[in-house]
Design a protein around this ligand. Structure first.
Ligand code: NAD
Ligand code: IPM
Ligand code: MN
Length: 354
C-alpha cells in the first residue's frame, strides 16, 4: 500500500475550519481507494507569531522538506500586518521549494449559480497558470527620506529569463497535455515599460515552438473585461505573479464564488514538495462561525491526490462535490445561499464518495 507523508498547516482564520474538513475527506477517500496518508501537523500561524515573534520556527522549511506534499489552509489575520505574516510563511514556502507554478482551475461546478447572464455557462472551464516565485512580488526596493516631505518608496519587479521562460513553457506544455487549443498571455506592455515588453518577447519566442496551439495576448485591463464578457473562450491563461493573482479571484468570481476555488503550488521537477491550498484567504469576517465553505480546500485535496498519482481518488472527490451540490435536498453553506455548517457540507460530500 502506498503511504504519503503530508505536512498540514491550517494557518489562520477559516484555515483552521476548512483544513480539518479536507482531512476528513482525504481519510474517507484513502480508505476507499486503498492508500495511506500520514499527517504531520504544524500550528504555524499569526497566533504563533503573537506568542513567539515567528510565523514558523527557524528550521520550518527544513522540516517540510521531506514531505510528499504540503496541505495548507490560509495565512494572514488582523493583528499581524499582512506583509509580515505572508512573507514569513506562505511566500517563503513557495520560494524555498521553487513552486514556480501556481495552477488554478476556473470551472463552473454543477450546482453553483453563475452570476453571468449571457455566458455559455457549460463552457466556463479553463486554467490559470500563475508565475509564483518572482515578478511583482519582490522585496527589492525601499523607502527613502522617511518622515520627510521628500519621502518616496521604490518597489522593483524581477523578471528573469529563466523564471519567465519556464512558466510560459509550462503553460504551453500543459495546454498540449490537456489537449487545449489556446494559450492566452496576460500583459501590460503599453504601460509597464521594461518588464511587460520583455514578457511579451519571451511569450512570442516560446509560442514559435508550439505551432499547433493558438497563442494570443491581451492587456490585463481588457483581459479582465473578457473574463466577464466571454469566459468560455479561454483554455489556459498565463500571467505574472500579480496578474495571475488578480485573475485567479476574478475567474472564480465569474463562476459564482471564490470559496470553491483550489490551487496547486507546484515544483514540476519534483525536487521539492508541492503545496495545495484554496485560492481564498482566512476570511476574518466569518472565522470562528463554522460556516466557511470547505469546497476550495477539499478540491485542493483532490489536486494534491492527482499530483501524488492517485487520479481515481481525485476524481472520486470532484464527483462527490458535484453530487453534493446537485442533490435535490442539498445542504450548503451561506455563501451558496444555504444555512448549513462547514461540517454538514463536508458530511454530505463524504456521503457522496463512491
Ligand atoms: P478572503 O479570501 O479571506 O475573503 C474574501 C471574502 O470571501 C470574505 O467576505 C470571506 O468571508 C469570503 N470567503 C473566503 N473564503 C470563503 C469560504 N471558504 N467560505 C465562505 N466565504 C469565504 O480575502 P481577504 O479578506 O482579502 O483576506 C483575508 C486575509 O487572508 C488577509 O490577511 C489576506 O492577506 C489573507 N489571504 C491569504 C491567502 C492565502 O493564504 N493563500 C489568500 C488570500 C488572502
Ligand atoms: C493567494 C494570496 C496570496 C498571493 C497573498 C496572501 C500573498 O492572495 O494565494 O492568491 O497573492 O499569492
Ligand atoms: Mn490571491
Amino acid at each position: 500500500m502506498n503511504t504519503y507523508h503530508i505536512s498540514v498547516i491550517p494557518g489562520d482564520g477559516i484555515g483552521k475550519e476548512v483544513v480539518p474538513a479536507g482531512l476528513r475527506v482525504l481519510d474517507a477517500v484513502s480508505a476507499i481507494h486503498g492508500f495511506g496518508l500520514h499527517y504531520r501537523h504544524y500550528d504555524w500561524s499569526c497566533e504563533l507569531y503573537k506568542s513567539t515573534g515567528k510565523m514558523m520556527p527557524d528550521d520550518g522549511i527544513e522540516r517540510l522538506g521531506d514531505s510528499d506534499a504540503i496541505f495548507l489552509g490560509a495565512v494572514g489575520f488582523p493583528g499581524v500586518p499582512d506583509h509580515i505574516s505572508l512573507w514569513n510563511l506562505l511566500i517563503p514556502i513557495r520560494r524555498e521549494f521553487d513552486q514556480y507554478v501556481n495552477l488554478r482551475p476556473v470551472r463552473l461546478l454543477a450546482g453553483v449559480p453563475c452570476p453571468l447572464v449571457n455566458a455559455d455557462k457549460k463552457k466556463i472551464d479553463f486554467w490559470i497558470v500563475r508565475e509564483n516565485t518572482e515578478g511583482e512580488y519582490s522585496q527589492v526596493g525601499g523607502r527613502m527620506f522617511e518622515g520627510t516631505d521628500r519621502e518616496f518608496v521604490v518597489q522593483q519587479s524581477v523578471f528573469t529569463r529563466h523564471g519567465t521562460d519556464r512558466i510560459i513553457k509550462f503553460a504551453f506544455e500543459f495546454a498540449k497535455q490537456q489537449k487545449r487549443l489556446r494559450v492566452t498571455s496576460a500583459t501590460k506592455s503599453n504601460g509597464i515599460y521594461h518588464a511587460m515588453p520583455y514578457w511579451d518577447e519571451r511569450f512570442a519566442a516560446m509560442a514559435k515552438g508550439y505551432p499547433d496551439i493558438i497563442a494570443d495576448q491581451y492587456h490585463i485591463d481588457i483581459l479582465s473585461a473578457r473574463f466577464v464578457l466571454s469566459p468560455e473562450r479561454f483554455d489556459v491563461v498565463v500571467g505574472s505573479n500579480l496578474f495571475g493573482d488578480i485573475l485567479s479571484d476574478l475567474g472564480p468570481g465569474v463562476t459564482g464564488t471564490i470559496a470553491v476555488a483550489p490551487s496547486a503550488n507546484i515544483n514540476p521537477e519534483r525536487r521539492h514538495p508541492s503545496m495545495f491550498e484554496p485560492v481564498h484567504g482566512s476570511a476574518p469576517d466569518i472565522a470562528g462561525k463554522a460556516i466557511a465553505n470547505p469546497i476550495g480546500q477539499i478540491w485542493s485535496a483532490a489536486m494534491m491526490l492527482e499530483h501524488l498519482g492517485e487520479q481515481q481518488a481525485a476524481s472520486t472527490i470532484i464527483h462527490a462535490i458535484e453530487r453534493a451540490l446537485c442533490a435535490p435536498d442539498r445542504r450548503v453553506t451561506p455563501d451558496l445561499g444555504g444555512n448549513c455548517s462547514t461540517d454538514e457540507l463536508t458530511d454530505s460530500i463524504i456521503g457522496n464518495l463512491k
